[in-house]
Unconditional design. Structure first.
Length: 98
């Protein structure tokens, strides 16, 4: 089964707008990870959360590392706190086509 990571960015105003403005860079950053499957971004009242799915934990670990590096490099003055990171093995998937 694939591995999933949820990153919760609380108190991160401006993060979503910056990620959307740099969509091509973010896409290249993440799709370059071996085993990458999907990434999603959701705006919240205080910041955002992202959900990443990769073939294995090594892939999700690499996306966490790359995301942290991208924020540090591209948003150095934004004072984005480190996200809460929750990860685990995906065990069930239900979609509209199922």
């Amino acid at each position: 089964m694939p591995h999933t990571v949820l990153r919760i960015y609380d108190n991160a105003p401006g993060l979503v707008d910056a990620l959307v403005a740099h969509e091509d860079d973010v896409r290249a950053l993440l799709t370059g990870v071996a085993g990458f499957r999907i990434w999603g971004l959701t705006r919240t009242a205080t910041g955002a959360f992202t959900l990443t799915v990769c073939d294995d934990k090594a892939g999700t670990d690499e996306t966490v590392r790359r995301a942290a590096g991208w924020i540090k490099t591209n948003l150095p003055d934004a004072n984005i706190p480190a996200p809460t990171v929750i990860d685990g093995e995906a065990v069930l998937r239900i979609d509209a086509a199922s």
